[in-house]
Design a protein around this ligand. Structure first.
Ligand code: 0PR
Length: 388
């Protein structure tokens, strides 16, 4: 640290140099992210609550109320009448809290968790951290977990089954209704990772798409991850964990004897009230109507992109269920590198040897048209060496 500080003007000028090196969502080059430019009202709310710490919530009662209201709104969206939960650092922490509750409830000596092969990598971290053995169930031709495979993975050591409503790689939605039946039948905890899909699927139904149940309407579902910092258009960090009811909280609580609250339920101690405030503000400002409109637009663009890609001769890995398009060229890895050279950040997904584009709210049709133009130029330029 320098001995004598810079003036406000000087330091901010220095800071802007770093800022200039970051990509901007609004430039439309970020095609690989599940985060997006937060809504303007979220940024305002975030800065207003920048000093609030929900880790000592007795000091920040307004923030605590905002968190409770946000959780109630999410619970209503996910049909959870008595649901309780927290705004946490992200999907990783939310999934961690769910498996912590499940493991502590089951209290077996060699705990195992049944995961779809498509489960997010956060579960790898969680299993490592918690000493859980991951047992992987296979996928069907649409990349959804096969219920009979899940069933055959369950043993007396299984503490939880996980299903995903909107996989990170393809946006696939597992048959949660079937998993719920299995979980009830075998007396196993079912957690749904709807980090991405949880703020999409409820609105898809409203705008005329047919979607299967994935939420607390299904008896077997004990907890759901749903992240406002993904399709909730709020500021980072804002993950969400919801439990079916408050009995689950007993299994994740930690005594905090000298704080204004006697216990904490989250993994992170000091945690931003700004996350709850920003999320509350977006929800109140946009309402269901605003979410429906945003999702309608993202889905239209998803359709536009996927049909243009097919017309260019690329193969879709699967028909998009959510606003994620995954496609293959004959050398997808090389193609993604060529795209990067032209300033496009699309993910290369090794598991499916494909390129993934997440059609987030910051993307406009003109961005996708520019992307398609570059893509077809790359494909044409390389047609002679049959790389694409
Ligand atoms: N579960 C699912 C289904 C997810 O998609 C993700 C993240 C998580 C859990 C973990 O959430 P956190 O990252 O909030 O802890 N999915 C994105 C992904 O892996 C995260 C992401 C976001 C990646 C923005 C890149 C990026 O630019 O693709």
């Amino acid at each position: 640290m320098r001995d004598k500080g810079l003036s406000r003007k000087e330091v901010l000028a220095e800071l802007r140099k770093f800022w200039a090196q970051d990509l901007r969502y609004e430039d439309g080059r970020i095609l690989c992210s599940m985060c997006t430019d937060p809504h303007r009202v979220a940024k305002t709310a975030h800065s207003l609550f920048s000093s609030s710490n929900l880790g000592d919530s007795g000091l920040f009662l307004g923030s605590l109320r905002l968190e409770k209201e946000v959780i109630q709104k999410l619970a209503a969206l996910l049909n959870g009448k008595g649901s309780v939960g927290f705004i946490v650092s992200g999907g990783t922490e939310a999934n961690l809290l769910a498996l912590l509750a499940a493991r502590n409830m089951a209290n077996v000596s060699n705990p195992e968790v049944v995961l779809p092969e498509s489960a997010h990598f956060s579960f790898t971290k969680i299993c490592d951290l918690m000493g859980l053995k991951a047992v992987y169930a296979s996928l069907d031709s649409a990349y959804r977990v096969v219920p009979s495979s899940v069933e055959s993975c369950i043993t007396k050591n299984t503490v939880a089954v996980v299903g995903t409503a909107g996989t990170a790689e393809l946006g696939a939605v597992d048959p949660i209704d079937k998993l719920s039946e299995i979980a009830l039948d075998r007396g196993v905890y079912l957690h749904v990772d709807a980090a991405f899909g949880g703020l999409i699927i409820p609105f898809l139904r409203d705008i005329g798409y047919t979607t299967a149940d994935f939420d607390f309407r299904l008896e077997g579902v004990k907890s759901i991850t749903v992240d406002p910092h993904k399709m909730g258009m709020t500021t980072i960090p804002a993950g969400g964990i919801l439990f079916r009811n408050d009995t689950f909280l007993d299994y994740i609580k930690t005594a905090t004897p000298y704080l204004t609250e006697e216990r904490q339920y989250t993994f992170v101690g000091t945690r931003p009230g700004a996350s709850a405030a920003a999320t509350w503000t977006v929800f109140e400002h946009l309402g269901r109507e605003g979410f429906r409109n945003t999702i309608r637009r993202c889905m239209r663009l998803t359709k536009f992109l996927s049909s243009k890609l097919e017309a260019l001769g690329f193969k879709l890995v699967s028909q998009p269920t959510l606003n994620i398009v995954a496609f293959k060229g004959s050398d997808s890895k090389l193609l993604s590198e060529k795209l990067r050279q032209r300033g496009w950040f699309a993910s290369y997904i090794p598991r499916f040897d494909c390129i993934r584009i997440v059609v987030m709210p910051h993307l406009r049709k003109l961005h996708l048209m520019a992307f398609l133009k570059d893509l077809s130029e790359i494909a044409r330029a390389n047609a002679t060496n049959a790389a694409f």
